[in-house]
Design a protein around this ligand. Structure first.
Ligand code: ADE
Length: 994
């Protein structure tokens, strides 16, 4: 069919399309996860599709504005009734597809814009398909085709549009699958519309080849079932190796999800843009991992690529246990400054460390001994008679004591320094030698040392000269140190006389003194140790006045007083500092956490993971580490703040596989995010209650980091209720509320304040059991889309939060009780939004004014009373969770108590048809019951306080007068009266009778 002829024909039918709105025919937006099986816009020649009958669909080739041919099929038999025009594609090979997508672009004429066609003109066409293993040629039997869908236009065009030459192009996509045969045909059935089929694109989706974490994942075809994922194992890129088995999941839309495991570049290779590159010469990488190549350590080199360990330069070595990252080192130089000291029985050798340690810290010394006669060239090894203390090799300190030597001998000691690479070097080992002659008599020691006097900062000592000094005494060396700090340092001084005054000491401190004498022959050994103490404040005066006795008395007296005072403090328990010092850090943490709550003995207390210095420690204290090979991820069920939430299975050795929910931490997280993410596990792991979501464990040692919890088949409570609006009995709803209250009782007993209790944070399992979830305190609020910033800067879910928590962040179990009342309301209204579309600001103001949510439709009066009780302004008046649980238990045991609905007890407003908005306490008795003061019913009635109106005007004197004698009860009634008055005001404003 020629283009000119076609144009004329088209113009007649008004299907001409050069100025189409939207994406023009040739501009198919193909993404990398689509594999195109057919695209008519890419066809070079005629399409050659089969049409039937001959006067139905017509092949018309147009030119677009770039002069490219567009092969279209058009039909417009709108005047004649009973149209059945078929257009069938050529056979299309399925390739690897399981599910195919058919994208059709078409224009469609609005029937109203064509005169005289009413009844015959249609605005839809039908799409069919048929699977077959091979082409059927021209054979075509419409009855073998299966209908996919009726396709209607979003936009049809009129004669006016035609006049403007602007036609509206519709794009519709339909999916078909599973396709099992080798290929298929598509067919378009026209039943009397005016259509131009401008393009047809048939494609399937795949997760395209990708490289993640150095692992390659091949093209993968998603499952036909759009909710399940295909698990694909990756293979490492060249020069990389597996760390944790790399896996990805292919989702239905051709997206890769939940990367698990990874590969790492092997030794000698580093990661550059997703592949592993060899280290350049001069660089090395000793360990597999995602670290960069490093420059060779000092004194090592490499001239080749992909080096794992650099070679040491000549003269430098690496000891067997030296890591490849360490510099090469060499043996040390010889020790320096060897000196000897000798006394009657012992010879002490001391030296300084070598000037060059060779770059190592593992320095040791060995001492060898030679005996030499008068002719020093004739030396012999000392032999076994001589002893070295502590030993003669492997000395760590730079000194040794030699015992059992013989007098009148020249001993030569050779001292060698060694380190971890000395054995690897063939060079001769440098040493330092000293020759000691033992021909003189050993020097005698200092005998007794006396303290002559002591002041706060000085001590005067004196001693006897040694009896037999070996030669003239040159001087004495006095070495001293604080007794308490013996290991730390010592001082020394010299004196020519056998006495010394040592100054600069600390008051009232014990010191140790040794003294040795130096003669021309050297030093004697040190004297024994002497211990003396400096004086205190009184001692200076005493020293001056010579009142030594007074000092002694004062010291003894002071000491006695100290002992008595200490005993007194210990016995009276006032010695707080002592007790505190004894308190272990764990106890401190618990004490800190109890936050003023009185905990009951035997009930576990919640520990805030933030009190751990190292949060990783908290998570491992409360959560089991799970080996990721035990987890099978099946599908993505949601997206959390930190990453995807998946469902899957967990296998525990010796147990049945269990279904689990898996929260993943997406890659690229920073430390803070990982800590916040795992915080929830550290909290959840401390709980063990059937109404609290159970933590199975965590994966922290491999990526991605995961939190594994029990699976709750029915998801979150709010959406579950919305999905099943009106489906449950009141008893079933109360059963759910009872479960939540029981979980909350457990949490409040543990000292845990949830802060974000709301139906969206309750999960429901297949038995309708409700469990509290979403833990993490402030973090929870960060994640909660309901949480809004308050004027004080905190992020708070206003509609669920008690006024004191909004106003000044006073979160407590009482504020959780307020939120529980809101959850009750959400449950009884099947997931209605609390306060509907009121703004947060209006919610705050109306609560402040005393407004409270009315009972949801069909709500038992007793439940709404409980809600109102939870919403008392005064937080101490709200019920405790233990009260709530027992109240609900009573209702469940006595279901008739649930039959009275709020609608039944409400006093209707004056104007008929108006819906009552404030279903409050309808009688004084109810009101008294709600504030737990029911025992005074008779007092109120007898004194004539029979309506809420009268009661709301009572004074404290009235309350006393009618016989409420207990101060606590008087207070409770007075503060509840304030709330009542606010209610009354509203009721009167709204025109209700009470
Ligand atoms: N969504 C978040 N946590 C879940 C769980 N434990 N079970 C089911 N869906 C969830």
């Amino acid at each position: 069919m020629g283009g000119c002829e076609a144009r004329g024909l088209l113009w007649k039918f008004g299907l001409f399309f050069p100025l189409l709105t939207g994406c023009p025919a040739g501009c198919s937006q193909v993404s990398s996860n689509q594999v195109v099986l057919l695209d008519t816009t890419a066809a070079i020649g005629e399409l050659g599709w089969k049409t039937y009958p001959l006067n139905g669909w017509d092949a018309i080739t147009e030119m677009d504005e770039h002069n490219r041919p567009i092969h279209t099929y058009q039909v417009c038999n709108v005047m004649e009734p009973n149209q059945n025009n078929w257009l069938r594609t050529n056979w299309i090979s399925r390739d690897a597809a399981q599910k195919i997508y058919v994208e059709m672009k078409f224009t469609l004429r609005d029937c109203n814009s064509i005169p005289w066609v009413l009844g015959t003109c249609k605005e839809t066409f039908n799409l069919y398909y048929m699977e077959s293993d091979e082409s059927h040629g021209v054979k075509f039997k419409p009855n073998q085709y299966t209908k996919i869908d009726t396709v209607a236009a979003d936009e049809s065009f009129t004669q006016m549009d035609l006049g403007d030459r602007i036609l509206k192009l519709n794009t519709e996509v339909r999916e078909v699958g599973p396709i099992n045969r080798k290929g298929f045909y598509l067919a378009f059935q026209d039943i009397g519309a005016c259509i131009a089929l401008v393009s047809v694109r048939v494609y399937y989706k795949k997760c395209p080849f990708t490289v993640r974490n150095l692992a390659m994942f091949p093209d993968t075809i998603p499952r036909v079932d759009s909710s399940s994922l295909v698990e694909v194992r990756g293979s490492c890129v060249k020069s990389a190796e597996e760390r944790d088995t790399p896996k990805l999941y292919c989702g239905a839309d051709g997206d890769w999800l939940v990367p698990l495991g990874r590969c790492i570049c092997s030794v000698g290779y580093e990661e550059v843009d997703g592949s592993c590159h060899a280290c350049r010469p001069g660089f090395y990488k000793a360990f597999a991992g995602n670290i960069k190549c490093s420059k060779c350590p000092p004194h090592s080199l490499t001239y080749v690529e992909a080096t794992s360990v650099c070679q040491c330069e000549k003269g430098y070595f690496r000891a067997e246990k030296d890591p490849p990252t360490m510099a090469c080192t060499r043996p040390p130089s010889a020790p320096r400054n060897v000196i000897s000291n000798i006394n009657e029985t012992a010879l002490m050798l001391e030296w300084s460390p070598p000037s060059d340690t060779g770059g190592r810290k593992d320095l040791t010394y060995s001492v060898s001994c030679k005996k030499c006669g008068s002719d020093t060239s004739q030396c012999e090894i000392c032999g076994g008679g001589i002893r070295f203390i502590p030993r003669h090799t492997g000395l760590i300190n730079s000194s040794v004591t030699v015992l059992d030597f013989v007098s009148h001998v020249n001993y030569t000691f050779e001292i060698e320094a060694m380190n971890g690479v000395s054995e690897l070097s063939f060079s001769p080992k440098p040493f330092t030698a000293i020759t000691v002659t033992t021909d003189q008599d050993a020097l005698s020691l200092i005998g007794m040392v006396r303290k002559d006097w002591a002041s706060q900062n000085s001590i005067a000592l004196s001693w006897q000269e040694p009896d037999f000094p070996n030669g003239a005494i040159l001087d004495y060396e006095i070495k001293y140190y604080e007794k308490e700090h013996e290991q730390l340092s010592y001082s020394s001084t010299r004196s020519k006389a056998p006495s010394v005054i040592i100054t600069g000491l600390k008051p009232a401190t014990k010191y140790i003194f040794h003294i040795r004498v130096r003669t021309a022959a050297g030093y004697s050994g040190y004297s024994q140790k002497f211990e003396f103490e400096t004086g205190d404040e009184t001692s200076d005066i005493a020293a001056e006045q010579g009142q030594i006795l007074v000092i002694a008395t004062a010291a003894v007296g002071g000491f006695t007083l100290l002992v008595i005072l200490t005993l007194f403090f210990l016995i009276t328990g006032r010695c707080q500092w002592y007790i505190k010092a004894k308190m272990k850090s764990e106890e401190k943490r618990r004490a800190h956490l109890q936050n003023g709550h009185l905990r009951f003995p035997g009930i576990k207390t919640y520990i805030d993971p933030d009190t751990y210095e190292d949060p990783a420690l908290a998570v491992h204290e409360f959560a089991k580490e799970i080996d990721p090979s035990r987890i099978r991820i099946e599908r993505v069920i949601g997206a959390g703040e930190f990453g995807e939430v998946c469902s899957g299975r967990l296998k525990t050795p010796g147990k049945r596989e269990i279904p689990v929910a898996i929260k993943t931490l997406k890659s690229g997280y920073v430390d803070r995010q990982r800590r916040d993410f795992l915080r929830e596990a550290s909290i959840m792991g401390q709980f063990d209650h059937p109404n609290i979501i159970r933590l199975e464990g965590v994966v922290t040692k491999s990526r991605p980091v995961m939190i594994v919890v029990e699976y709750m088949e029915n998801g979150s409570l709010d959406s579950f209720l919305r999905k099943h609006d009106g489906h449950f009995t009141v008893i079933q709803l109360v059963g759910m509320l009872r479960g939540i209250a029981s979980g909350m009782k457990y949490l409040s007993d543990m000292g845990y304040v949830h802060r974000d209790l709301a139906a969206r944070n309750i999960l429901v399992n297949s038995n309708l059991m409700c469990k509290v979830s979403d833990f993490g305190l402030s973090r929870v609020l960060e994640d909660d889309p309901e949480a809004a910033y308050t004027t004080s800067g905190g992020k708070i879910p206003i509609r669920w939060t008690a006024p004191e928590a909004i106003a000044y962040r006073k979160f407590s179990s009482a504020s959780d009780a307020w939120s529980y009342g809101i959850v009750m309301w959400e449950v009884m209204s099947y997931g209605e939004r609390p306060y509907w579309e009121m703004s947060n600001q209006d919610v705050i103001l109306s609560i402040e004014e005393g407004y409270r949510l009315p009972a949801p439709m069909g709500c038992p009066a007793s439940l709404h009373q409980l809600m109102l009780h939870c919403w008392q302004k005064e937080r101490n008046h709200r019920p405790k969770f233990t009260d709530i649980v027992s109240f609900l238990d009573k209702l469940i045991r006595n279901p008739s108590s649930l039959h009275t609905l709020v609608e039944d007890v409400l006093v209707m407003p004056d104007s008929p048809g108006e819906v009552p908005e404030y279903p409050l306490f309808v009688s004084v008795i109810d009101w008294l019951d709600s504030i737990k003061m029911g025992q005074y019913k008779n007092n109120f009635m007898a004194a004539g306080f029979t309506t809420l109106e009268v009661v709301s005007r009572m004074s404290i004197d009235d309350i006393r007068r009618i016989g409420v004698v207990l101060i606590g009860h008087q207070r409770r009634i007075v503060s509840s009266l304030q709330t009542l008055r606010l209610h009354m005001m509203h009721i009167q404003e709204k025109g209700f009778n009470v």
